[in-house]
Design a protein around this ligand. Structure first.
Ligand code: SF4
Length: 208
């Protein structure tokens, strides 16, 4: 895949529950970590999703009515070169806040990351590190398990109360379908939510 392309799972133009303020969210496709308890197993394969040019995605972010950009997935640091370039291009037009999730811990990225991963890390205002672990489930600010840490890497944001969940954003899509964004405060939220609404049950690969 060329460096000028990002393999994308999904985007959202205005999310209020994955970082401070209103944020454009980019969920990348592909994660090399393959955690057994991943809450988004459909986004682990490196071959799914769609490819999008960095310029096209940058334009969509620049045009959105937002305060910042949040990167999630999948594993953003598996596409570090392209995402660092995406941030650079966006910031030539708008000085947006950027937050990213990663399944790696920040110490690993600093010690063992490659040049592109260091560049992406240096581009971030906030990093949430570590994978979701169901046996450490917790309702915390922007994250769902107690091992996940919130790092304020620049002075752009004032740290928010750590224990307060940001809640969920629930929407009716243009196709009439219901979707939700954010970090659930309870385990098995997806299964229970879909059961109560009479929606198609989550596929069996979705673990708690
Ligand atoms: S690091 Fe995150 S996205 Fe990757 S497999 Fe683990 S939980 Fe899933």
């Amino acid at each position: 895949m060329p460096d000028t392309v990002i393999r994308l799972a999904e985007t959202h133009p205005r999310c209020t529950v994955l970082g401070p303020g209103n944020r454009f969210v980019v969920w990348v496709q592909g994660c090399p970590l393959h955690c057994a308890e991943c809450t988004s197993p459909a986004w682990i394969p490196q071959t799914g999703g769609v490819e999008i040019g960095i310029g096209e995605l940058a334009d969509r972010i620049i045009d959105a009515a937002i305060d910042g950009l949040t990167l999630s997935g999948g594993e953003p640091f598996a596409q570090a070169h392209a995402l660092a370039e995406l941030i650079r291009r966006v910031r030539t037009v708008r000085d947006l806040s950027v937050m990213s999730y990663t399944g790696y811990v920040v110490e690993h990225l600093r010690r063992h990351g490659d040049a592109a991963q260091h560049r992406l890390l240096e581009s971030l205002d906030i990093l949430v590190d570590g994978p979701y672990l169901a046996n450490r489930h917790a309702a915390l600010r922007w994250r769902g398990s107690a091992n996940q840490r919130l790092h304020y890497l620049t002075g752009r944001h004032r740290p928010e109360p750590d224990e307060d969940s940001a809640g969920l954003q629930i929407e009716l899509g243009a196709d009439g379908g219901i979707r939700w964004l954010g970090v659930p405060t309870v385990r098995q939220f997806r299964v229970e939510f879909e059961r109560q609404l009479g929606l198609t049950p989550a596929p069996p690969v979705e673990r708690p």
